[in-house]
Design a protein around this ligand. Structure first.
Ligand SMILES: [Zn+2]
Length: 293
């Protein structure tokens, strides 16, 4: 499932194809993704220019010249493919190849620059929605989201305040999108490992009774930012590799320290512990019981 770094990588990959370009034609191969697409979806996009492509948590936000914002979410299995039209021949060849395997290509954007942007989603948990820019603050999908973890506003004081008095585990607190937006199972496990904090620790213990941050909150915020920045950097390299292959934008390979490494050696220098898997609120947590306290 794509998390914030993957979505940021997709945004950076789509930017050259979409920003400043007009939707020449929009092809809908089905009427619904996770939810039905708006009835006039293609009409509201066609002829409009993408003035900017941003991101909020795991949502991509394309600002349109019409004043609408196109909200896109990758869901569990969504990915974008970009085909640059180098020549008519190349276009024909690539497009044909895709069409043969494109059973799950649901939405196709033909951009004015000749780029073809395809949204593929086998499990269809992804979504697209049009919202007026003026009403974006009231948008139900976005309005309860906490701070962006890579934003300047997100710091130890803010995280401690959000965790003050919370009796849930640190793992659950970090997965709560109202506490911090865009973190999922993978990067929460990785950040807790880097911060040497147990996922089972009570969330309130990163704050003093007054809500002031302690040293744990400082370490945790630093670890969250470091883990996400490292993953975005990996994504950047995968982007360059992908350009050489088929233009797929979605998941990429990481070097996780604990995630999906049950029974393997902890990667903290000098630790010697073994990565353990436990289940918290129905989801796997990977951590090292030796160095994460
Ligand atoms: Zn360890």
């Amino acid at each position: 499932m794509p998390e914030l770094p993957e979505v940021e990588t997709v945004r950076r990959g789509l930017q050259p194809a979409m920003e400043g370009a007009r939707f020449a034609r929009v092809e809908l191969r089905r009427r619904d993704l996770r939810w039905p697409l708006p009835k006039d979806f293609a009409r509201r996009l066609q002829g409009k220019t993408v003035t900017g492509l941003g991101r909020r948590a795991k949502y991509l936000l394309a600002d349109l010249s019409s004043g609408d914002v196109l909200l896109m979410h990758l869901g569990m299995s969504g990915s974008f493919h970009v085909f640059q039209q180098v020549s008519e021949k190349a276009l024909g060849r690539y497009y044909h190849e895709r069409a043969q395997h494109g059973a799950h290509d649901h939405v196709v954007f033909h951009m004015s620059t000749g780029a073809i942007v395809t949204f593929n989603d086998p499990r269809r948990f992804g979504s697209m929605k049009l919202v007026a820019r003026a009403k974006l603050d009231a948008e139900p999908l976005l309005k309860n989201l906490g701070p962006e973890p890579l934003g300047n506003a997100f710091d130890a004081a803010m995280l401690a305040k959000a965790c003050k008095g919370k009796k849930t585990s640190l793992k659950a607190a970090l997965l709560d999108q109202r506490v911090v937006a865009g973190l999922g199972n993978i990067y929460v496990c990785e950040a807790l490992h880097r911060a040497r904090l147990s996922p089972k620790r009570i969330a309130a213990t990163i704050a003093a009774k007054t809500g002031a941050p302690n040293e744990r909150a400082e370490r945790l915020v630093e670890a969250i930012k470091a883990v996400l920045n490292a993953a975005i950097k990996d994504g950047g390299s995968s982007l360059r590799d992908h350009k050489l292959t088929d233009g797929e934008l979605g998941m990429f390979q990481h070097n996780f320290r604990v995630y999906d490494r049950e029974g393997e050696k902890c990667r903290t220098p000098g630790c010697g512990g073994t990565v353990k898997r436990i289940v918290q609120s129905g989801r796997s947590t990977f951590y090292c019981p030796v160095c994460q306290k």
